[in-house]
Design a protein around this ligand. Structure first.
Ligand SMILES: Cc1cc2nc3c(=O)[nH]c(=O)nc-3n(C[C@H](O)[C@H](O)[C@H](O)COP(=O)(O)O)c2cc1C
Ligand SMILES: O=C(O)C(=O)c1ccccc1
Length: 394
């Protein structure tokens, strides 16, 4: 069989200019740093605050962007970078570019099609989605929308009831989710003023609980099914997934019961990355949850080089928190990430236009990435290194 050829993501630029000849503009802005402002006008304040919000004073949320601003690319010239190949293999998954959709819970609060729309948009471009445990739709529904050939990973909020945990993992595996992403940094929700000030917490109303509420093992532990006693079901689920007794040793349970690759998400310190490798994890995702958990935590990008240095030759290092543009992706790759995940930008795309909105955001990001890679003098993501960057003079 011949190798599939690389996708020319930069063509989206041509498409937009050519459509302009017929009087058609892009569905909404191509500036992904401006999406939050326009999403604010489309969403009700509770939903907007939930997506845009951060922990505490927002210091870490701002630091994530500031770290990207501080690093600058140093383009190289005359290197024949006209034909690029962005294809990347991460944790056994072939992807057309080093970009995945980060797990974002309760997507139905921004658009009724929620994760189904995201799954369709992701599949149309071959970009892997990471489905959150806090999905508005079940793993089976999302898998169907995503289709038989699309790559998909499952993010686990680790239930502290082992039967429920195993049942959810089994369903995810059967539904074709190949890689497990275990989120470590959100064993309880942080102090989030935007949500607190509006008393806005979707899953307390049973939104974003489709996976546990449809789960036979979870339902078996309820006196009444969730459809009859929502409050009791919520009160059982919330403490179950904000488990309290986790330790590195217990990762062996997941290692034993998941036969595909596992990555831990929310690693910041290089010693934690080492522990993850020692626990048999195949990947670490350097992330501060988009500044939504520890206010005052280091910018995720600033921790990436240390983590890559500590474990980059023993495990695959991925990155998220603050990625908005093609050049941001390049900076994270240069500092040691194999691929990046994006969160809020596609959630805003979903708010703007469902499946089409997510597709527009992804095509914009990938076109920008492709063009900026080439204009910086590179043909493949693997060519980037710390030497591709300089610190902005202060
Ligand atoms: C609205 C929202 C919901 C999120 N839900 C989850 C979740 O269910 N599971 C998880 O591991 N991370 C969750 N995250 C964190 C993202 O996976 C990711 O780490 C973060 O959004 C990356 O930062 P960015 O938004 O700056 O790209 C969520 C983020 C947002 C904005
Ligand atoms: O809001 C979040 O950041 C998040 O991770 C989450 C946690 C639980 C349910 C939904 C989303």
């Amino acid at each position: 069989m011949s190798e599939p050829s690389p996708v020319n993501f930069g063509n989206y630029q041509n498409d937009i200019y050519l459509n302009g000849l017929d009087g058609h503009l892009p569905p909404f802005t191509t500036d992904l740093t401006a999406l939050g402002a326009s999403a604010r006008e489309r969403l009700d304040p509770g939903a907007f605050g939930y997506v845009a919000g951060a922990a505490g004073s927002g210091a870490t949320h701002r630091a994530n962007r500031e770290a990207f601003e501080r690093h600058r690319l140093v383009p190289r010239m005359l290197r024949d970078a006209t034909a690029r190949d962005l294809r990347t293999r991460v944790l056994g998954t072939d992807m057309p570019a080093p970009v995945l959709l980060a797990p974002v819970g309760v997507q139905s609060i921004v658009h009724p099609d929620g994760e189904l729309a995201t799954a369709r948009a992701a599949a149309s471009l071959g970009v892997p989605m990471v489905l959150s445990t806090a999905s508005s739709y079940t793993v089976e529904q999302v898998a169907e929308a995503n289709g038989p050939d699309a790559p998909r990973w499952f993010q686990l909020y680790w239930p502290n009831d082992d039967d429920v945990c195993l049942s959810i993992l089994d369903r995810a595996r059967r539904a074709g989710f190949t890689t497990l992403v275990v989120t470590l940094d959100t064993w309880t929700l942080a102090w989030r003023p935007q949500d607190l000030d509006q008393s806005y917490l979707p899953f307390i109303r049973g939104v974003g609980t489709a996976i546990p509420f449809s789960d036979p093992a979870f339902r078996a532990g309820l006196a009444q099914p969730p459809e009859e006693d929502l409050i009791a079901a919520v009160l059982r689920w919330v403490p179950m997934f904000t488990g309290t007794d986790r330790s590195w040793e217990r990762l062996s349970f997941l290692r034993e019961h998941w036969d595909g690759p596992i990555a831990v998400k929310g690693v910041q310190h290089p010693d934690d990355a080492r522990r993850a490798v020692d626990a048999g994890m195949d990947g670490v995702i350097v992330s501060n949850h988009g500044g939504r958990q520890v206010d005052g935590a280091a910018a995720s990008l600033d921790m990436l080089p240390e983590v890559a240095e500590a474990v980059g030759d023993r495990t695959e290092v991925l990155f998220d928190s603050g990625v908005r543009t093609g050049s941001d992706v390049l900076k994270a790759l240069a500092l040691g990430a194999r691929a990046v995940l994006v969160g809020r930008p596609y959630a805003y795309g979903l708010a703007h236009g469902g499946e089409e909105g997510v597709r527009h955001v992804l095509r914009s990001l990938l076109a920008d990435l492709d063009l900026t890679l080439g204009l910086s003098g590179h043909r493949t993501p693997g060519e980037l290194s710390p030497d591709s960057l300089r610190h902005r003079p202060s």
